[in-house]
Design a protein around this ligand. Sequence first.
Ligand code: ATP
Ligand code: MG
Length: 396
Amino acid sequence: MEYKSFLIKYGEIGLKGKNRYKFEDALIQQIYTALKPVEGNFSVEKQHGRIYVETEGYFDYEDTVEALKRVFGIVMICPMLRFAERDFETIAARTVQFMQDVYGTEERSFKVFTRRIDKSYPGTSESISAELGGRILETCPNLRVDVHHPEISLNVEIRNEGTGIYSVLIPGPGGMPVGTNGKAMLLLSGGIDSPVAGYMIAKRGVMLEATYFHAPPYTSERAKQKVVDLAREVARYAGPVTLHIVNFTDIQLYIYEKCPHEELTIIMRRYMMRIAERLAGRSKCMALITGESIGQVASQTVPSLVSTNEVCTLPVFRPLIGFDKQEIIERAVQIGTYETSIEPYEDCCTIFVAKHPVTKPDAERIRKSELKLSEKIDEMVEEAIRTEERIRCTAE
Ligand code: ATP
Ligand code: MG
């Protein structure tokens, strides 16, 4: 069977009236973006509350499906046979041909589900299903009807503009189309967690930008490249991601010089949040995103999270907060970021780690320690922001 069309089912709109078309338009936009690198000529159509992907001439079926499987908002991808005729005899002939083409001589059970979107169409949906079932049985001895647990659910949709037949349902990622829920700034390190965190927030329709704190020469060019690679991998789902690379070396060394070593990580994390919030403000990001999970390391105990939270006013989204490391790893494998994340290039946190970092930072003490930075830190933060490098990361 050579399909030329796909019916795209989208679920959780929950948004009715005015917002529905915004959702659909964003979804169509995201589908176009996802299909751009795929070989073929595609058009995406919206018809009576349905979205179809149409192809013209040769296209790569596998790549098309793979691309659609990464578009948030899609719940189901149904390769479909569409034709303009609506008379029963043509529908019956096409349906029988469809079953032969798709299932050949496989021994399978099936049930026909007919939907008459055009209610003036003669007959009831049940009677049409029964008649079509009969025609299939006459021609395909390998197929049998099972109305309770059919292996094949054959869907026939009769609409004003024509007929559609499909039996294969490929799950999409669900979620909401990117672009329907504003933009947020992901703190993206080279680790396993933050790319997954970005994926999860993008899945809810949020566009992403990202900030990486780079500390040359303590972190190598290769470590930076790894973060660019990760941003590209996240962009396969989230669409283009602008990555801000902030040189963090001087700030880190200054904290190292002035503050108690056991407070190093937490103070560093606080400056990362402050700078990310500044960059977020400039890029119209409405929230920050981190890959933190309660208790994973000293800087992620509840008191530590309270301490890092304290320095920003934007909401901080931490979608992995209740996940175990193993669960995060499974997601990373699933979305395809794991292999890159475990490449052995150090990120800046691993260089300056104290032997016994604080796990219950005292707000007053941390603030006091930060006062020791007052002479130069503001200027250093300004300099870091001034000299940020921006890279637009896309899927290819
Ligand atoms: P990850 O696997 O995401 O690196 P982690 O387990 O290494 O997380 P931490 O190093 O404590 O945890 O970092 C917690 C969060 O802070 C990260 O998930 C990320 O959002 C942010 N972060 C840490 N280091 C950096 C960095 N160098 N640049 C940007 N964000 C960072
Ligand atoms: Mg890390």
